[in-house]
Design a protein around this ligand. Structure first.
Ligand SMILES: NC(=O)c1ccc[n+]([C@@H]2O[C@H](COP(=O)([O-])OP(=O)(O)OC[C@H]3O[C@@H](n4cnc5c(N)ncnc54)[C@H](O)[C@@H]3O)[C@@H](O)[C@H]2O)c1
Length: 470
């Protein structure tokens, strides 16, 4: 959609909001009159709730797809937003029809918000991905339309850390093999090469959200913890940071990866790294499928160097659940890997718990609400991260200006010129590539000034979208 068209649509949507002509009991007035008539009501509502509103919260429409968690619905309902909830994703034609009308959409991984779909989203201001990944959304296109996108990268850290703890003990006791044997009628009571984990050393590669949680849990089991990270990070408990990956590999009984997928972490554990590990060490990867070189792991296991491995992630993963999905067609080494003893394979379930889904619902719904009501973009994945502290209750004549624009020289000069008739209490601006975002609180604004400010800002070059909250 051309910028001009987006702007017109925003103008229409703003004016529709100002007009509120479809509200019960609305009388036929000019948009400006209607705007004036409804302003005191909306100002007092905002005052009671200590929140800034673009217009009556009941006008905000949110489309939630793919069975987004109930915690999110509760947060939106509490705000008074209109929520339309669907258990599954929608066929593209239906999605296009519905997205035309909504201010926010919540999705998980199956809904593809391509440029083709988003160009129909005339009122959309924000997208919530109730999951970790955001590659189902055309982030760049969304940003250029002034639509910010939020996700939930860390709500499932605890779930992953707990899975890894389970895997450490499972590998040390060969539980996977004993279970498979007994399922097939074989009684095999052995203690050789089965170990307690107390007193053993866990080497954590990547001491971020998951690695550091894991560190605390592992120490509670009596393990010694070493970690390696490219950043110097203060340890939790008595864990120790080592300065090289090799040192960690040399000293650890269990090595677990918790790094992002980057060019630097591709095949971070490969032949030379397995060779540097202790004989009989165990390897765990619940980070990303590119981090461990699986053919090299298979060789190290066959050679008896590595005593067991737990993998939750793979270079290629099936798009959907189903029998036969994990095969040599997907990754050529699959049948070799599944035939090895003491290998635990899980289908990328590290973060898949009820608790994680519930936290994701809360985290993303809160981010969306903060953006809709206050304009804060902290945590947005495609937008400059800008935030201003909330307004005090007594700041009645203060208006918050949210101005999204193309990142070109001279824009702020023009905007501040428009705002300078009022007292600019605070402002914050940042850019991210081609997109820039200004938040400003201006005081001493009469009710009659608001529409004028909007119109003047609306006439500026390089504007993508504007919202005024009051
Ligand atoms: N299996 C699952 O279901 C699941 C769920 C959630 C997250 N994950 C994955 O787990 C991984 C870790 O997630 P997180 O939330 O802890 O991330 P995080 O960003 O909090 O931490 C990652 C850490 O890795 C460090 N790091 C980056 N590059 C490194 C390198 N080359 N060597 C050493 N350290 C390096 C960073 O400095 C950071 O401390 C990510 O890949 C994430 O996608 C998997």
């Amino acid at each position: 959609m051309a910028f001009g068209q987006q702007i017109n649509n925003l103008q229409e949507s703003f004016e529709a909001a100002m007009n509120l002509s479809n509200s019960p009991g609305a009388v036929s007035t000019s948009p400006t009159q209607s705007f004036m008539n409804t302003l005191p009501h909306r100002l007092s509502a905002a005052k009671q709730q200590k929140a800034l509103k673009p217009f009556s919260t009941g006008d905000i429409k949110i489309l939630l797809l793919e069975n987004v968690n109930q915690t999110a619905i509760e947060i939106f309902n509490k705000q008074g937003y209109q929520v339309e909830f669907h258990k599954s994703s929608l066929p593209e034609a239906e999605l296009i029809e519905k997205i035309k009308d909504v201010h926010a959409i919540g999705i998980r991984s199956k809904t593809k918000l391509t440029a083709e779909v988003l160009k129909h989203a005339k009122n959309l201001v924000v997208i919530g991905c109730f999951c970790i990944g955001t590659n189902q959304v055309d982030l760049d296109f969304a940003a250029k339309q002034g639509i910010s996108v939020f996700n939930s990268p860390f709500s499932n850290s605890r779930s992953v850390a707990e899975l890894v703890i389970a895997e450490i003990i499972t590998l040390a006791r060969q539980l996977g093999d004993r279970s498979i044997e007994l399922h097939t009628g074989t009684w095999n009571k052995v203690s050789a090469k089965c170990w307690e984990v107390r007193g053993k050393t866990l080497g954590i590669i990547g001491y971020g959200h998951i690695g550091s949680q894991l560190s605390v849990l592992a120490e509670a089991l009596g393990m010694n913890v070493l970690y390696y990270d490219i950043v110097t990070i203060m340890s939790l408990g008595t864990a120790k940071q080592v300065s090289t990956l090799n040192e960690l590999l040399n000293k650890s009984d269990f090595v677990t990866c918790h790094v992002p997928a980057t060019p630097e972490t591709k095949n971070l554990l490969s032949g030379p790294q397995f060779a540097a590990m202790k004989d009989g060490a165990y390897v765990i990867n619940a980070s990303r499928g590119t981090v461990v070189d699986i053919p090299a792991l298979i060789q190290a296991m066959k050679a008896g160097k590595i005593a067991g491995a737990a993998l939750d992630v793979y270079p290629n993963e099936p798009a959907k659940n189903g029998a036969g999905a994990f095969s040599d067609d997907l990754n050529p080494w699959t049948s070799e890997l599944v035939s090895l003893p003491n290998v635990i394979l899980t289908p990328h379930i590290g973060g898949s718990t009820e608790e994680a889904q519930s936290s994701i619902g809360i985290e993303v719904a809160t981010a969306l609400t903060k953006y809709i009501n206050e304009g804060n973009t902290v945590g947005a994945v495609n937008f400059p991260e800008v935030s201003l502290r909330a307004l005090d209750l007594d700041q009645e004549n203060t208006v918050r200006v949210l101005y999204i624009h193309q990142n070109v020289p001279g824009v702020l000069k023009t905007v501040n010129n428009i705002l300078s008739n009022h007292n600019i209490e605070k402002q914050f601006s940042d850019s991210n590539g081609d997109i820039a975002y200004l938040m400003a609180d201006i005081s001493n604004v009469n009710q009659s000034d608001i529409k004028q400010i909007y119109d003047e800002l609306n006439d500026t070059s390089y504007k993508i979208s504007i919202r005024l909250l009051y």
